[in-house]
Design a protein around this ligand. Structure first.
Ligand SMILES: Nc1nc2c(ncn2[C@@H]2O[C@H](COP(=O)(O)OP(=O)(O)OP(=O)(O)O)[C@@H](O)[C@H]2O)c(=O)[nH]1
Length: 299
């Protein structure tokens, strides 16, 4: 079997988590239209047995990383470090972009980082579903001229277009090795982590920009009974005013968040779920080492 690790990196919001989910054919990483959604390195396991399309037995562990950006809090530094640290541990790197290199400093910063890394690099130009052909050609040309990438592939992670080409391309860089995980396993994160992420995703979806970046979710109780799983989760936010916004008038917002999270968690767990949500304020937790490690954002 050929096996190895593949890092997925890029600016916030370019579609890293969407690509990971598309490769796995299942949602394990949350995605939203807001930048800086992913906070931890999320590992997704792709196992494939030889067929006509791809005649190899393969197990590739894809690592979806937080978007690389200029950090403004300790949480931000943790996120960026988690992404950059990944570059050293992998056998291949997928760098995702969704516009021209010359459009902003964000991608240039990552290109400079990659310049020092010898690991094979694939450039993925994402969101081709909303790109004109000449726009795609311009982006392609700029990156091709760098001479840094083994391959450049245009995809739509959202629509699943050409995702199989990405898989085939990175497969070339895997090496003979043992199978790391059972073939039916797609992530090593415990279910309660995925559950907390689903709740955080709904908060990001339901609330305006300022609030959700200061939100963390902690699972306080997780009890699997015969017919139902009972979950108590606490939503931490940074300000009292944010607490009010999360709860909403007459508790309506929190109810909406709870309902859509519960429905998705029920599908994930394949069982009925009772979900209770509490909102608490923890001022400036994003700059507190203790809070960061309690929430699992720090070693
Ligand atoms: N049109 C279009 N939108 C996409 C595509 N891929 C992702 N998106 C959208 O782009 C937004 C960001 O996607 P994510 O997958 O969360 O991006 P990310 O790079 O993981 O973001 P961070 O966690 O902030 O680093 C979401 O609204 C996605 O639906 C695509 O192929 N086409």
């Amino acid at each position: 079997m050929k096996t190895g690790f593949v890092g997925i990196i890029g600016r916030p919001n370019v579609g890293k988590s969407t690509l990971l989910n598309a490769i796995l054919g299942e949602k394990i990483a949350i995605t939203t239209e807001k930048p800086q959604t992913t906070r931890n390195a999320i590992r997704g396991i792709y196992t494939h047995y030889s067929d006509d399309e791809l005649p190899e037995d393969l197990q590739m562990i894809f690592i979806d990383t937080p978007g690389i950006h200029r950090p403004r809090t300790k949480l931000g530094s943790y996120m960026t470090d988690a992404a950059i640290g990944t570059l050293k541990e992998v056998d291949a790197i997928i760098f995702i972009v969704d516009d021209k290199l010359s459009d902003g400093p964000g991608d240039k910063y990552i290109v400079d980082l990659l310049d020092d890394v010898v690991t094979p690099k694939i450039l993925v130009i994402n969101k081709i579903d909303k790109m004109q052909p000449d726009e795609f050609a311009e982006i392609y040309k700029e990156y091709e001229d760098l001479g840094l990438f083994e391959e450049i592939i245009g995809v739509s992670a959202k629509e699943g277009t050409h995702v199989e080409n990405v898989i085939k391309e990175v497969a070339q860089f895997m090496e003979e090795g043992p199978m790391y995980f059972p073939d039916d396993m797609i992530t090593e994160h415990p279910e309660r982590f995925v559950v907390s992420e689903i709740i955080r995703e709904k908060i990001l979806m339901y609330l305006q920009d300022e609030v959700p970046h200061g939100v963390a979710v902690e699972i306080e109780q997780y009890k699997e009974e015969e017919k139902i799983t009972k979950i108590h989760a606490v939503i931490y936010c940074e300000k009292k005013s944010h607490k009010g916004m999360i709860i909403g008038k007459g508790g309506r917002k929190l109810k909406g968040i709870g309902k859509s999270a519960r429905e998705e968690i029920e599908v994930l767990l394949g069982t009925k779920v009772y979900l209770e949500l509490w909102v608490k304020v923890k001022e400036n937790w994003r700059d507190s080492d203790i809070a960061l490690s309690n929430f699992g954002y720090k070693e």
